[in-house]
Design a protein around this ligand. Structure first.
Ligand code: AMP
Ligand code: MG
Length: 398
């Protein structure tokens, strides 16, 4: 049985970036940048006034009140091109260019205007109320790096530097296939021996969060021939197929034989992980295939560890694995024999600002109701106990 780390390495080695395409500003949030973003101009592009008031020479108003002659006006979008000389002032608006010669702006509230002259009531030091040219950024600097996921607060930057379209890797097309003769659609009332399909919907949500275009396939029965045909078809038009269920050693677990029949190569089928031991990773041509054990919590853990990493790598993300942070265990957490445990937990901050981790009163990998309260995963190494007060490796999920 391979370790989580070995399994992750295999997934990463077998996953390639998808082709790059241009995406318009309106549709790019959540996509991963496939190019560095540069500033194409200085910002501000000129010395810019922060106030409505008068542009002056600070020297002239050092002994205020000082009476200056108004020689022009500088408005946003229509600056004044003359030179501000001794005992002169230029009326100026917020966002407008500060004229040559002036080195400060006094706000209108601290001035009095009369008959073509302004009396500046208080002195202003050089630089006051002026944002200097290029003080925010100079032309040609990298402002966002390739591999970063575009967020809403980056849009102003993209727009300001002329990126009507940005280059991003394509979103992975992910197909999701739930297997199990006991599984019925959410809209149905389960009959005797049946349960509703929750895995397809969880996986769809997780995959969308990771930037995928998701397609849900119809639930497949535990029947080898039928499953082989469905898998063969599904692999024709997706970048990644996620199959839920049928990966363990039961008499009706047909996912692996169906994959082999459909011509897929299996890279691993058991990981020293709890929950999630029978996780399968396979490929046919360049299409990735994950077979995940059907318990809803196993599905989530295996998704976050392996599938999420692959989907982000396909998009060229610079950080593909779950981000990690340390937290203090609030009680003893026992690991499993021979397998590393990755358990749903809650992370919170105590009164002293210390981050603490607490397991959910977790009754097993089928307990999706408790799992709904988790905001992180914790790693407990095999054959060990994380003692109360120990520092634990945790993986925040939101
Ligand atoms: P399996 O991996 O097929 O052995 O399934 C393990 C457990 O997960 C069984 O109790 C299944 O009923 C349950 N399960 C499998 N598929 C789903 C699904 N799509 N939605 C909810 N539970 C499932
Ligand atoms: Mg099953």
């Amino acid at each position: 049985m391979i370790s989580i780390e070995e399994a992750l390495k295999i997934v990463e080695d077998q996953t390639f970036c998808l082709p790059v395409e241009g995406v318009g500003l309106e549709g790019c949030v959540g996509r991963v940048l496939a190019e560095d973003v540069y500033s194409d101009m200085d910002l501000p592009p000129f010395d810019r006034s922060q106030m409505d008031g008068f542009a002056v020479r600070s020297l002239d108003v050092g002994m205020s009140p000082a009476r200056l002659r108004i020689i022009g006006e500088s408005a946003a979008g229509k600056g004044w091109d003359g030179h501000c000389g001794k005992d002169e002032a230029v009326r100026i608006m917020t966002g407008a260019r500060v004229p040559a010669g002036a080195d400060a702006v006094q706000k209108v509230e601290l001035t009095e205007e009369k008959e073509g002259h302004v009396t500046v009531l208080k002195p202003v030091a050089a630089g006051t109320n002026i944002v200097a040219k290029a003080s925010e950024i100079t032309s040609g600097e990298t402002v966002i790096q390739r591999g970063e996921t575009i967020t809403a607060n980056m849009i102003a930057t993209l727009a300001s530097f002329g990126y009507e379209r940005v280059r991003t890797c394509q979103s992975p097309r992910v197909s999701i296939l739930a297997t199990g003769s006991e599984i019925v659609d959410v809209g149905k009332t389960p009959g005797k021996d049946q349960i509703r399909n929750s895995n397809s919907w969880s996986l769809a949500a997780f995959a969308r969060e990771a930037g995928a275009n998701v397609r849900l396939l119809e639930i497949a029965k535990d029947d080898l021939d039928g499953l082989t045909g469905i898998v063969d078809d599904a692999l024709k038009d997706c970048d990644c197929l996620i199959i839920s269920g049928g990966v363990s050693v039961g008499d009706y677990d047909f996912t692996k034989p169906a994959l082999r029949n459909a011509g897929a190569e299996i890279f691993f089928e058991r990981v020293a992980l709890k929950p999630g031991k029978p996780t399968v990773f396979a490929k046919r041509d360049n299409t990735l295939i994950f077979g995940l054990p059907g318990n809803p919590v196993s599905i989530a853990v295996a998704f976050y560890l392996f599938v999420r990493t692959a989907l982000l790598k396909m998009q060229g993300a610079s950080l593909c694995r779950l981000p990690e942070s340390n937290a203090v265990a609030s009680h003893d957490i026992k690991g499993a024999k021979g397998r590393d445990s990755v358990l749903p937990v809650t992370l919170s901050t105590d009164g002293n600002g210390v981050r603490i981790v607490e397991t959910l009163r977790f009754s097993g990998s089928s307990n999706f109701i408790r799992f709904a309260q988790a905001n992180a995963l914790v790693l407990v190494e095999r054959d060990s106990v994380l003692r109360k007060g120990d520092i634990a490796r945790t993986f925040p999920l939101r």
